[in-house]
Design a protein around this ligand. Sequence first.
Ligand SMILES: Nc1ncnc2c1ncn2[C@@H]1O[C@H](COP(=O)(O)OP(=O)(O)OP(=O)(O)O)[C@@H](O)[C@H]1O
Ligand SMILES: [Mg+2]
Length: 386
Amino acid sequence: MQSRSVLFVLDKNEHSCEIIRSFTEGLEFISEVKLYSDYQKAYEDLKQAENPIVIMDITEEAPELGNIVDNIKLITSKIIITSLDYSTNTIIKALRLGAKEFLPKPVLKEDLIRVLTMFASISADDEDYSQSKIITVYSNKGGIGKTTIAINLAMELARVTKDKVALIDLNLQLGDISTFLNLNPPFDVNYVLQRLIDKDDEIFVKGFEKYKDTSLHILSDSSYIEQAGSVTVQQISALFRKLKKVFPYVVIDMSSSIGPVSLKILDESDWIMFTTIVNIPAIRNAQRCLNLFRSRNYPNKKVKIVVNRYMENDEIKIEDIENTLGEKVYWKVPNNYFTIMEAINKGVSIAEINPESNISNNFRDFATKVSDDIIEQAVIQYRSQI
Ligand SMILES: Nc1ncnc2c1ncn2[C@@H]1O[C@H](COP(=O)(O)OP(=O)(O)OP(=O)(O)O)[C@@H](O)[C@H]1O
Ligand SMILES: [Mg+2]
């Protein structure tokens, strides 16, 4: 049964507020409509509301908007943003602020009812992130920097977006995340995988450890190597389905081997951060692996090439790599052995060692680019619907 929602309408224009109220008359899943021109006041009232839905207008620029939406996001993810201006930039701004849906003004009744009906069908604790992205860091060669990149990209995605990010160690035999971040989790990835088939949601959420005061949730490697062999492709599918319901961003670290389970992980990921370094054997290996990806008909832009340990004065240039691989390089992570080793030895992320080092800045920019590109994809989808 649908639970009833209170609709909070935040709009400085009284007439627009009234239009929304009139459109929602008679909807049995809306118990009450509250109108606000003072957004801060709306936020104070939202704190007491049960199962709220927010529709907020951003036509007028206001510097405090970002803060207010960040706070509202902690209460509900059911946020619709409206604006008279529906240029691509405004839609990007709305999605970046945290809107689940963007509706251009004047809002059409059928659009509003479609979105409200969709929101109402999602119970408060069963969110469904339709735009959720599973990003897997992969290389078919060991020791290339997969774990380093997965951890620091996930950490910065959490900081940049303030959204829930999951980091999962699917390097089932030789996982490193718990060591790199000095974690001693009560549950691990095997424990969760074994219980997924039971559809035990509580265990699923309990398996993740929240990292300090961030929005990063980690599912760590198992200490029991012998369990790795029993993981099935069905468990991977079930895990991914569940992840997409709970987290808007998922980052996966995995082993460099290619077997049925690894292929399942790669096939079902939305994006693959395919990592290589600048040397001939690594690039040759990368070439072989890209051929494998091509043979699996992955969609355009699914595989993104990341060059790790990059140095400006390398003999082999980025253009050489691009020419050899036949693909553009998506991102370069600089070589910075000392900062990375210090982070690993202290069991923390790179940003916690030195937030201003070249490599910390690089991971922040990397995460910003990833989230911008995800938003851009969503905007293309929106524009095709408007
Ligand atoms: N950008 C970088 N600059 C300098 N050193 C790096 C960089 N990235 C990774 N390293 C170092 O390379 C080593 C291997 O990194 P990491 O463990 O992340 O690789 P991996 O691909 O996950 O390895 P495995 O295949 O064993 O899982 C680590 O000692 C790490 O400190
Ligand atoms: Mg690793």
